[in-house]
Design a protein around this ligand. Structure first.
Ligand SMILES: *Cc1c(COP(=O)(O)O)cnc(C)c1O
Length: 416
């Protein structure tokens, strides 16, 4: 690496135009060409989110008594998500920077609860299906909790009996997802909850992906298993707003069953020369941008906006899933419980799924490659409504032109 000399200041217009050139090779999520990482309910909604973010980007949610605007907006956002997850008045939560911060805090809170209750454990573990999100590994690594991954059942859902068998006296946390990211199915939350009741430990539902969608799907009468605070043993739920809430990046919500459990998340100290310092999550200084963006987009869309977004996303996901299910060379991993579609190849020798992904990416689409097993993963959202025909045509053409080329696995997240 060479050090970079900043040099003399440049006019705003020049700075902005340089950034626009940098952006020219980014994935085209605003055009509905991207099936991961970014979400859109259309340019008007995105523009409102960006404007709200801009107006509050310099405000600091580290201290909400200095910025009562952020306190009010955060409380209202948390209240709406509490409603979506059927929480009662004792449910308490905060906004986080997203799913990863929520899940890292979930692991930390489980450790804190065990300490608070004087369990005096020499080591701690958490029990979770192999499908649960990678960010839980991050939490386990940060807070020295052993991660006990239990293989999923044949339908990709958590295997309840195997999870029960993996729990011991050092277990502080059980996790299920609604839905899990890799195959898009909902874990048997009520059944997993029974294990948490037997051991009186934390049970987290990761609804980062599904929290908004599942609420509205249920309103439409889709038969879904209970996945939220209606299951009494659920102690916490994470819901991301920068996914199917369609708000700017940096916005998630972590809810706890009650304030006592929430106290295992927060941090307070006066052990320095700067006075009392408390914070709800990992960040200190915390931009007001994500809070304002979430508040604005949620109140602009309203229930009718989210109903529409959910309906078109679900319809698009089902169209893709049915198409793949009938395709002679592709295999659908699971019929989607919400809006995530994962598929592989019937015969990896003749049709390499990562090579297929590379062909589609070369055509201007973007998607995740994941495994095991080697699969393409699509996060279908509202912006895709008008692009499904084109996508399916390109998909079929790409499969037909595959030949025997082999692709590489890519990565859902990077370190460079
Ligand atoms: C996206 C996601 C996360 C992680 O959230 P980030 O916002 O990317 O940090 C966790 N769990 C599930 C199920 C997710 O889909």
């Amino acid at each position: 690496m060479t050090a970079r000399i900043l040099g003399p200041g440049q006019p705003s217009s020049e700075v902005l135009s340089t950034m626009e050139t940098y952006r020219s090779r980014d994935v085209r999520w605003r055009d509905g060409k991207c099936f991961t990482l970014a979400y859109s309910a259309g340019p008007e909604v995105t523009a409102l989110g960006e404007e709200a973010y801009r107006r509050f980007s310099g405000e600091n949610a580290l201290n909400t008594s200095a910025f009562p605007s952020l306190k009010t907006m955060q409380e209202q956002v948390v209240d709406v998500v509490t409603g979506w997850t059927h929480g009662d008045d004792s449910v308490a939560g905060f906004m986080t920077s997203g799913g990863t911060e929520s899940l890292v805090l979930v692991v930390r809170a489980a450790r804190k609860r065990a300490e608070r209750e004087g369990r005096n454990l020499s080591s701690m573990n958490m029990v979770l299906p192999t499908s649960a999100h990678a960010a839980l590994e991050k939490g386990a690594d940060y807070f020295d909790v052993e991660s006990r991954r239990v293989p999923v059942s044949g339908d990709w859902r958590a295997d309840v009996a195997a999870m029960r068998a993996a729990v011991d006296e050092n277990t502080v946390l059980i996790v299920g997802s609604a839905p899990q990211y890799p195959q898009g199915v909902i874990d048997p939350i009520a059944e997993l909850a029974m294990i948490a009741i037997e051991h009186n430990i934390n049970f987290h539902v990761d609804a980062c992906m599904g929290g908004v969608t599942l609420h509205y799907l249920e309103e439409f009468g889709e038969p879904l298993p209970l996945w939220d605070f209606r299951v009494p043993a659920v102690t916490s739920i994470s819901v991301d707003l920068h996914k199917y809430g369609y708000t700017s990046k940096g916005a998630g919500v972590l809810l706890h069953r009650n304030k006592k459990l929430r106290s295992d998340q927060t941090f307070v100290t006066d052990n320095w020369l700067g006075g009392m310092y408390g914070s709800s999550g990992i960040l200190g200084t915390k931009s007001g941008g994500p809070i304002a963006s979430a508040w604005a987009v949620m109140h602009h869309l309203g229930d009718n906006g989210y109903q529409h977004a959910t309906q078109v996303s679900r319809a698009s996901a089902i169209r893709i899933a049915r198409h793949i299910d009938q395709h002679p060379h592709l295999v659908l991993r699971a019929f989607p419980d919400s809006t995530l579609v994962a598929f592989g190849s019937q015969d990896p020798e003749t049709h390499d799924i990562f090579a297929l992904a590379e062909l589609l990416i070369a055509k201007g689409w973007y998607m995740d490659r994941q495994g095991p097993p080697p699969s393409i993963h699509l996060t279908v959202n509202a912006i895709h409504e008008t692009h499904i025909d084109e996508f399916l045509l390109d998909l079929d053409a790409a499969v037909a032109s595959l030949g025997d080329s082999k692709g590489t696995a890519g990565s859902y997240a990077t370190t460079e």
